[in-house]
Design a protein. Structure first.
Ligand code: PHE
Length: 415
């Protein structure tokens, strides 16, 4: 049974049908990885801040971008979705994909959740860094907590056209151009959109070149994308050691967001990127769980000072211990008031019980018994520790516990 309240950061929040934050997530809320000196994510955050501090200086010689890296990850549904124009029925809002505190609050699914409030407070240029939370499958590249950096830059007419030879406008006056196209939003001029697009892409390619390309030129390509909060939108892919990686999403912020936040005479760009993804490419880290390791073999490799923010090291896996795969099969419960089965519930439960000893969970078989109409799922759970060889007894005990809890909490019948 669910407790009537859940304690997060020392505060009690009432629970309801939406509450789905488990103990393993709760335990990690205050780890604060990006603020741990010498942690690889901390190195990366410092590099990104340095890039913006060095290259963007205002008239008074101060940094143009202000940095917010201390917001608590609990945000309202309004901040995470509505303020960013995410449709009410958008899949990203689902309980399957987010960690809800209750029906009104959740652990932010992206740092973009703070954009509206920061614009409303009058800022024109800012960066936010923070931990974000998404329910997901389990493998070397996915973890339910990761970290993001978001950036926003607003322009007014003077700022945008400061280098223009003749008079130009942000807002379209010609009625025949008052329409949304693949290149622009309805009310903005094509000129304004093109200049903002250029500034955005230029900023981000320079950032990527600074972070990844200390000694060589990085190949990049822009790919069209869609987000509820930007139009047009793009993703940036980079080539690194022969592989292409998608490293960020960005676009021109929807005008409605600016208007709602009291910045109606402006046009703005926005971007968001995943810090683990960048750090894994940069430092050659192949398993996302290591960011949470408290093992000295991991942390000691990053114990260096980097005053110029250009140092790149290659991470050597501490040691590779053998994986231990075991399968689990069960009949799903018939959908009812109490149980509606979805795989993410099972992944969460496995994480809750197995913690970081679980490397991967994959659905390997899914069939329906034609006679009884019952569905059976078989998952392969790969147990592996980052720090030692697991004994069979240890793994079996864990596996038994997962079976018991799955039967109890999800209503499945172990086969
Ligand atoms: N919030 C988006 C994500 O998490 C990234 C993004 C931010 C895209 C800002 C466009 C603008 O994937």
């Amino acid at each position: 049974q669910k407790a009537p309240t859940i304690n997060l950061f020392g505060k009690e929040y009432p629970t309801d049908d939406w509450t789905n934050i488990n103990k393993s997530i709760q335990d990690k809320l205050e780890r604060n990885l990006i603020h741990q000196k010498y942690h690889p994510l901390n190195h990366l955050v410092n590099k990104i801040k340095h890039f913006f501090y060095k290259n963007y200086i205002n008239r008074n010689g101060n940094p143009l971008f202000s940095v917010y890296d201390n917001f608590r990850p609990i945000v309202s549904v309004e901040e995470n979705f509505d303020s960013l124009l995410t449709p009410k029925d958008h899949v990203s809002r689902s309980k399957k994909d987010c960690f809800y505190v209750n029906k009104d609050y959740l652990l932010r699914a992206h740092t973009t959740a703070h954009d509206n409030e920061l614009i409303r407070s009058g800022l024109n240029c800012f960066l936010t860094f923070g931990d974000v939370y998404r329910r997901d499958e389990i493998d070397a590249k996915h973890y339910p907590i990761f970290h993001q950096c978001d950036g926003v830059r607003l322009f007014d007419k003077n700022e945008l056209f400061r280098n223009a030879a003749n008079e130009m406008d942000i807002f379209e006056k010609d009625p025949s151009n008052l329409k949304r196209t693949s290149e622009k939003q309805k009310n903005y001029t094509l000129d304004a959109c093109k200049i903002v697009e250029y500034d955005l892409k230029n900023t981000l390619t320079n950032l990527v070149q600074f972070i990844f390309g200390t000694s060589s030129k990085i190949n990049m390509k822009w790919v069209d994308a869609t987000f509820p909060f930007t139009h047009p939108s793009w993703e940036l892919e980079i080539e690194y050691k022969g592989n292409w990686y998608e490293v960020l999403g960005c676009g021109i912020l929807e005008q409605e967001i600016l208007t709602n936040a009291g910045a109606e005479n402006h046009i703005a760009w926005a971007f968001g990127l995943g810090l683990e993804r960048w750090a894994m490419i940069l430092y050659d880290i192949s398993d996302i769980r290591v960011f949470w390791s408290t093992d000295n073999g991991f942390l000691s490799q990053f114990k260096f000072d980097d005053p110029t923010h250009t140092k790149i090291i290659k991470y050597k896996p501490v040691s590779v211990y053998p994986p231990c795969p075991i399968d689990i099969s069960f009949w799903l419960p018939e959908p009812s008031e109490t149980f509606t089965y979805n795989s993410n519930d099972f992944y969460d439960l496995v994480r809750d019980v197995g913690g970081d000893l679980v490397e991967q969970v994959t659905l390997i078989d899914n069939f329906e018994n034609k006679k009884t109409k019952k569905t059976s799922h078989c998952y392969r759970i790969v147990y592996r520790s980052m720090d030692k060889t697991l004994s069979l007894a240890e793994v079996n005990q864990l596996h038994k516990l997962i079976q018991t809890k799955a039967a109890e909490q999800l209503g499945v019948k172990i086969r």
